[in-house]
Design a binder for this molecule. Sequence first.
Ligand SMILES: [Zn+2]
Ligand SMILES: [Zn+2]
Length: 351
Amino acid sequence: MPPLIKHSRHESDEIEAIHDVSKDQNESTDAEQQEFKPQIVWRNVAIMVTLHSAAAYGLYLSFTSAMIKTTMLAYFMYMLGGLGITAGAHRLWSHKTYKAKWPLRMMLMIFNSSAFENDIYEWSRDHRVHHKYSETNADPHNALRGFFFAHVGWLLTKKHPDVKNKGKNLDCSDILADPIVRFQRRYYLPLVFTFCYVVPTLIPYYLFGETLKNSFFICSILRYVVLLNATWLVNSAAHMFGNRPYDQTINPSENRFVSWWAIGEGFHNYHHTFPWDYATSEFGIKLNFTTMFIDLMAKIGWAYDRKVVSKEVIRLRKLRTGDGSYGHDHHHEEVPHPDDVDADDEHRHNE
Ligand SMILES: [Zn+2]
Ligand SMILES: [Zn+2]
């Protein structure tokens, strides 16, 4: 089993330095900022190279020796892990775009553990810092430092001092107020061990007799590495390539390729313009599996208070700051949101 990567709070200082924006209380000075030189954390580089090599082997096995069912199951589990990030850490806990009853929060916490991208609290705190200080040195994955840095480089180097210094002023206590978040944080490593490595390996083994080797390299490692890269694409590609119909003054852009892989998180110009919208898009469920899932959860009553931006607000914003690439409002006629009831209702309540 490969080492549990980069995410443990109990590991070396270097690992902590990467992920913890709040512990270092030192103020950064101008001189310190000018002197800043990225410092590579070789341990994390070694872990990432190992993981990606193992994933490449998993891909090879999926074409040469594994059952097709195994690869399909890996894809399904990838979608669930993705929901733990998109519907969970991102839209629910970071942005509070909707509310969820405890069975849904519990389910999302388990999915989130299978994605092993730091616990919900750390992920959400990093993400709030990203929104508040986008494209500055305080942004953990500042896309102005290039595609590679925004994609994975930020996890392979020590944090810029601004990330810590500015990030520590953000209040994230509301995230920790959820006992399910506190539970996950407390038992994070056993949860990751179970849901990222053990369960994905045992399911195909017991369900239809796949070999343990194929199960492990495809359903655990390959699934995990593809999901990591899908998430990172939102920080790299969707901060560089695509159009900017809502706000052309910011870097985040609309990128369909990213939307596909990140199950709906590629409408990134919209999301940075209207971060409180639960759909992260004005097109509802189109190319947006996460919105589909939240809508389904709303149908059974586990999700409620889904916030949306009114069409009029979107239209005016496009006129004011957009790059004109979506026209004015023709998309509204093309792809109406199935649940849209009242265009003037800024915060729709579905219960
Ligand atoms: Zn966000
Ligand atoms: Zn972003």
